[in-house]
Design a protein around this ligand. Sequence first.
Ligand code: BGC
Length: 376
Amino acid sequence: MKKKILSGILSAVMAASLLAGCGQAAQQAAEAPAAEPAATEAPAAEPAATGTGKVGVAMPTKDLQRWNQDGANMEEQLKAAGYEVDLQYASNDIATQVSQIENMISSGAQVLVIASIDGDSLGTVLAQAKEAGISVIAYDRLIMNSDAVSYYATFDNYMVGTKQGEYIEQQLDLKNAAGPFNLEIFTGDPGDNNARFFYGGAMDVLKPYIDEGKLVVKSGQVDFDKVATANWATENAQSRMDAIISANYADGTKLDAVLCSNDSTALGVTNSLEANYTGDWPIITGQDCDVANVKNMIAGKQSMSIFKDTRTLAAKTVEMVDAIMKGSEAPVNDTKTYDNGTGIIPSYLCEPVFADVNNYKELLIDSGYYTEDQLK
Ligand code: BGC
């Protein structure tokens, strides 16, 4: 883990210095003045439709907003590049995802783009893909322990975690304030390799403060296994928060901050606080800029989120598909960080961007990601 974290730092520096592709686009979107919407447009220029062949796109679930956007962007951009697309969602059910991938293999897909439900459960089906000469791109989440994976396209997951941790550090002025402050922690599904990077990045910032007693986790739930949220489900985060409040904060004890690795867990925490907590509202972090969470940011119920522009991740992945199909080199900017158990998987890391109530208009509306009406 330590090694991964170190290389995570290296990759963050690398990604920042390369400023290529989606990282740059996201950065521009973050920095562009609101009056110049042209500069914030999605980078996905319509490619000339020159590709031929079939691409299987396996997404985990329609339950979470982001995967619907990812799937729609991939389908649209692959079709614009000339490819036939088989897009499937698996209702967060591993067996369903495996059988969808089997169907993609038997129906002649040449490249598979897979956002796995459980990174460790695709070994057998991907061995079949390799046997059939089909290339595999792990999308957003790394597929573990399979040598069939050629590339990984994602956001810098470690950086997502450090940005969340640093936000809490700044808001509570942990470097200077005496504290102590009360913190609770919610991360993601243990089967999702990303969850460990988000947690690792945030804890590298916050753990020293926990160790010195400036941050107190009254529930005592700090280790990854204790703070993981099965399936990233809102209701699981909500029921765990219900129990934490009733055991530790029901008497009006102030909760200062809740580290939530993403928006679905942040939503569960927010719902629980609204129903059960009477103290001053805590800082709550998130990730994805889901519509419900941006509305909560505007209403002052969630402090920040991380914006991962799924259009740009899709654009980068389509470039990878195109390169594989045409036998040329796929774009990568990290060859150190992501070892899936069979070796390092060459990766392209897009840069995640901090979002809050002050910059969401530039990031999300001016760039055409959402309309103003969607956020009302
Ligand atoms: C993604 C996050 C998402 C989470 C739950 C993670 O793998 O990187 O963006 O919030 O899964 O779907």
